[in-house]
Structures are given as structure tokens and as C-alpha cells.
Design a protein around this ligand. Structure first.
Ligand code: SF4
Length: 345
């Protein structure tokens, strides 16, 4: 049983892009906790607001994006939590949090590393930014980090450029870079999407063993439910900037409630599936958040949508237990409304 307060607590986060043409609600009321030593998986199709949630936490959302509401509470060394929303984006505090207390691993390390500086130089710079070590000490720490992430010849890799490494080694070097300042929270945004399945499994194993060693909190963003099943303790399922379902990994995989979660799970290929049977796919695609449907955002694609209700009224979140939530008219208070409609029709 967990007693410690969460390391990061996101409450009712709303990040909108306010353009002349209109407002895009990229993240629209998301709440979750991430605790030390635990992995929170954030899952959903492309365009559902997962990455903007991560960028909001780090306060690096590009203009015209703004956090218009909510709190991002980061607890620090036993003191009261600090609301990152209230900090200046480029102020000293946020600079110490970014790449310091919170490390970030991107999908494509090729674009994250500078192509004109060696891996070693970039690691040493990241270490010295948050640590008062000499150049020599930082270089030793960087070599140790490369060893820790399983790079076979760390000393020579220090003098290589990112474009000289294979995809798997580059991603390992990226993880070393993110771990350089000893972060308490690691945000990994699709860290294995660009890798082949074998390397993907190795990188996930590496991340999980490093997490255990350091009791780090991990927020893993992915569209891949297989990755979530392997790694996450808690899961948030997002659709069109909102969380549609959340719960423990067991809740999501063994007792999914929301039609979107159930559809995502049905679309995972199974080894024992009958041959030549088409994989069930979710019809249509995620609408642009600028053009959000009325009522429940999933209603144009939902096989269980109820006309006159789902297309008009936005569902509230039903919370049957701590940490569990489902935003659908089929559950909670709206169930009464649904049965009333059923009796009338
Ligand atoms: Fe489907 Fe209606 Fe539930 Fe939305 S609220 S997921 S449309 S049943």
C-alpha cells in the first residue's frame, strides 16, 4: 500500500492553442498522479493530447499554446509541492526542473542530440548543468552512465557523434543523457516507437531496471498497449485531449469499461487469433481537436453511442474507486438517464 504523496500530481490540466482561427483544446481537463518507483502509462491514438500533456509538465509548449487551467504539483524533498503552472516558463526554477528533476526521453534521439557535438560533450554538459563537478569528474560520470545503459564500448562512444550510432545505441545514449542529472521523474515519449521489436524489448527492460535501481517515477507515453501491459502500474487512456478511462494496469486490461478502451484492446493482434480473420479496427479517425464533436468526443466512432444523449451531452467521469475513472454515459449517474431513455424509446 502506498502512503507517500505522489511525486507529481496533475490536476484538471487544460492546455489550449489560442489562434486567430479559433481555439484548439489539445489537453482538456486531465488529472493523474505519478509516484516514486511507479510507472504511469499514458495511452491513446496520435492526436489525443499525450505529448502536449508531457510538454505542459515541462512548460515547453510552443506558442500559441497556453496552460489555461489546472495545477501541476511537483513535490520536492519533503517540502510542500510546487505548482509548475505558476512558475515562469524560462525562469531559473523551471530550468532546474527540466533536464534536472524531470528527465525526458524522446521518440527520435537523432533529432534530440546535436549532430555537431560528440555524445560525450553533450553528456558532460548535461551533468555539469545540474552538478558542480569538474570536467574530468563529469566525463567519468558520463562514461559510467554509458556503461550503465549497456553501451558496449563506452569510452569510444564518448567521442562519437549521434549519427554514427545505430538506432538502439542512440536511444540508450538518450536514456543516459536523460539520467545524467539523476532525475526523480523520467518522462518517456514513445521511446521505442522508432526501434525494431528486439531493440524495443531491450530498451524497455533497461528503463524498468534503471527505474527499480533508482526508485524513479516514470511517465511512459505510447500508443502501444503491448508496451503498457509490459511496463505500467497505472494507466490513463486519453482521447481528444481528455482522459476517458484510468485505473491500474489490471483494471484496464482485465476489466476495461470505456468503449474506446475496449476497442483499443480488441485491435491488438493475438498470437492465437484465427488465421485470415480481419483484426477489428476502430472505424474512422480521431477528429482534429479544433473540430471537436459535440457531446462525447468519441460518439462518431462509438458502436454503443446513444442518439440524443451521447451526441449532445458530455459524459461526466464516474469514479467507482480511488484511482479509477470512466467518462462514459453507460456508467455512473448517467446510467439512470440511459435506462430512462431506454424505457421511453
Ligand atoms: Fe460511446 Fe456514449 Fe460512452 Fe461516448 S458516452 S463512449 S458515445 S456510449
Amino acid at each position: 500500500m502506498r502512503t507517500e504523496p505522489p511525486l507529481l500530481s496533475v490536476r484538471n490540466l487544460r492546455t489550449y492553442f489560442l489562434a486567430d482561427e479559433g481555439t484548439t483544446k489539445a489537453v482538456d481537463g486531465v488529472s493523474f498522479d505519478v509516484s516514486a518507483g511507479r510507472t504511469l502509462g499514458i495511452v491513446g491514438e496520435s492526436g489525443c493530447g499525450k505529448s502536449v500533456t508531457a510538454l505542459s509538465i515541462l512548460r515547453i509548449v510552443d506558442d500559441p499554446g497556453r496552460i489555461v487551467d489546472g495545477e501541476i504539483l511537483l513535490s520536492r524533498n519533503g517540502g510542500s509541492p510546487v505548482d509548475l503552472v505558476k512558475q515562469r516558463k524560462n525562469g531559473r526554477f523551471m530550468r532546474s526542473v527540466r533536464g534536472g528533476e524531470i528527465g525526458l526521453v524522446f521518440q527520435e534521439p537523432m533529432t534530440s542530440f546535436s549532430p555537431v557535438h560528440t555524445i560525450g560533450n553533450q553528456l558532460v554538459e548535461a551533468i555539469r548543468l545540474h552538478d558542480s563537478l569538474t570536467k574530468k569528474q563529469a566525463r567519468n560520470k558520463a562514461t559510467d552512465l554509458l556503461t550503465m545503459v549497456g553501451i558496449p564500448r563506452p569510452a569510444s562512444t564518448m567521442d562519437q557523434y549521434s549519427w554514427e550510432l545505430s538506432g538502439g545505441l542512440r536511444q540508450r545514449a538518450m536514456i543516459a543523457h536523460a539520467l545524467a542529472p539523476d532525475p526523480r521523474l523520467l518522462i518517456a515519449d514513445e521511446p521505442t516507437t522508432a526501434l525494431d521489436v528486439t531493440t524495443q524489448a531491450q530498451i524497455l527492460d533497461l528503463m524498468m531496471s534503471l527505474q527499480e535501481e533508482r526508485s524513479m517515477a516514470v511517465m511512459l507515453i505510447t500508443h502501444d498497449l503491448g508496451v503498457i501491459a509490459e511496463t505500467a502500474d497505472e494507466v490513463v487512456v486519453m482521447y481528444l485531449g481528455r482522459e476517458v478511462e484510468k485505473g491500474s494496469v489490471e483494471d484496464i486490461f482485465y476489466d476495461p469499461q470505456h468503449p474506446y478502451t475496449r476497442a483499443l484492446l480488441r485491435s491488438i493482434p493475438a498470437l492465437d487469433a484465427a488465421p485470415k480473420v480481419k483484426l477489428p479496427a476502430i472505424t474512422g479517425s480521431v477528429p482534429h481537436p479544433f473540430d471537436r464533436p459535440t457531446g462525447c468526443g468519441f460518439h462518431p466512432r462509438c458502436p454503443e453511442a446513444m442518439e440524443g444523449l451521447c451526441d449532445i451531452e458530455e459524459p461526466a467521469t464516474w469514479t467507482p474507486a480511488d484511482g479509477r475513472g470512466v467518462a462514459c454515459h453507460l456508467f455512473g449517474d448517467h446510467q439512470a438517464l440511459v435506462s430512462l431513455k431506454g424505457r421511453r424509446s
